[in-house]
Design a protein around this ligand. Structure first.
Ligand code: KG4
Ligand code: ZN
Length: 348
């Protein structure tokens, strides 16, 4: 079954063709980072307009790369939410139009859950799904720090999330204070490589609490006040600050993953890690060294937003659904962050 996946929730437009949830036939992404960099963050209206101009050329490019004709597509999948509402509506409207003109099913998917399927796409072929579930899944991006218990590829139970900033958001805000370019994660990782992580002590966020939640705003504030107290910040100061910050940003995740695995009665087989922050090599090293079960990461092209993860997740949803006729309906709405809590509650 060939599914066309469309992603437009934030600042990347993605269109991909994926066969049977695993074989990527084409994955085309148009990245808007340089357009938003001047503003220090994503400008929602600009993002929506960019999606509007990029989506059709990307669709054409995906068909060309895969060598497929539109009639060979079996279903269209699209990010329903969460995301920037104007940006989401571009992808959803396009997907609805395409599915109805080709008379094929339309499968709406949750963006955060789909990130996990980006991690699954990168797996070596010898790793079978039954080797992974039940397991934990971590989405660490600019908008989310979510830890899930997954009993199967389509069953997500939210175990912990951030009570304030997301991990990637914290990287971006700290980078801004240090005068580094947006997005901040790659710049901080590069500087941290030449830094001494011991020089600046960092607060261990929520370290003494037994409840499962993440918090990043205290770490961000601590970084801002340390930088202010230094007055002039040398290149070595920046490297040392980035190294210390990064260790605690990831140290907190390790603590919470360990706590979750101790509290969950199900024997866990794996940790799947996804989202933009999963690109960080130090993060990969720390998790591999600290956990007693194996951590799996996406290939770099599936860390950030892309259409392939949408199509891959949609395939699993379609296979699992008892009533496939539901995917013929197009009456559903987008959910932005405004309706996110409701969507999580209903497990959609
Ligand atoms: O998943 P993503 O592309 O977009 C969403 O937020 O959905 O994640 C982007 C986030 C940004 O906050 C960026 O700073 C962070 O991922 N990021 C990184 C690295 N590369 C991207 N954070 C730490 N280290 C990196 N190498
Ligand atoms: Zn994302």
């Amino acid at each position: 079954m060939i599914i066309l996946g469309i992603e437009s929730s934030c600042d990347d437009t993605g269109v991909a063709l994926v066969e049977d949830g695993r074989r990527v036939l084409a994955s085309c992404v148009s990245n808007q980072t340089s357009i938003h960099a001047a503003f220090g963050g994503v400008v929602p209206e600009i993002a929506a307009r960019e999606h509007l101009s990029n989506i059709y050329p990307l669709y054409e490019q995906a068909l060309k790369l895969s060598g497929l004709r539109p009639e060979q597509i079996d279903a269209v999948a699209v990010t329903q939410g969460p995301g920037l509402i104007g940006a989401l509506l571009v992808g959803i409207s396009y997907a609805k139009g395409l599915a109805s003109s080709l008379e094929i099913p339309l499968i709406p998917v949750d963006h955060v859950h789909a990130h996990i399927h980006g991690a699954l796409l990168g797996l070596p072929s010898e790793v079978a799904l039954q080797d992974l579930f039940p397991g934990l899944a971590l989405v660490v991006s600019g908008g989310h720090t979510h830890l899930y218990l997954m009993r199967s590829p389509t069953e997500f139970t939210l175990v912990a999330s951030s009570v304030d900033d997301a991990c990637g958001e914290c990287f971006d805000k700290v980078a801004k204070v240090l005068g580094l370019p947006y997005p901040g994660g790659p710049a901080i990782e590069a500087l941290a490589r030449g830094g001494n992580a011991q020089r600046f002590p960092m607060p261990r966020m929520l370290a003494n609490r037994k409840h499962l939640a993440f918090s990043y705003s205290g770490l961000k504030t601590h970084m801002a006040s340390t930088i202010r107290s230094l007055g002039e910040v040398t290149d070595q100061d920046k490297a040392d600050l980035c190294a210390a910050f990064q260790e605690e940003a990831f140290g907190q995740i390790v603590r919470k993953v360990k706590l979750a695995s101790a509290q969950i009665s199900v024997p866990l087989k794996s940790l799947l890690v996804a989202g933009g922050v999963a690109a960080n090599k130090r993060f990969r090293e720390i998790l591999a060294a600290e956990l007693r079960f194996k951590a799996y990461f996406p290939q770099l092209q599936y860390c950030a937003d892309n259409g392939a993860m949408i199509a891959a997740y949609a395939w699993h949803r379609y296979q699992q659904a008892n009533d496939k006729a539901l995917f013929g309906e197009q009456s559903w709405d987008a959910y932005s962050s405004y309706r996110y809590a409701e969507a999580v509650r209903h497990g959609s």
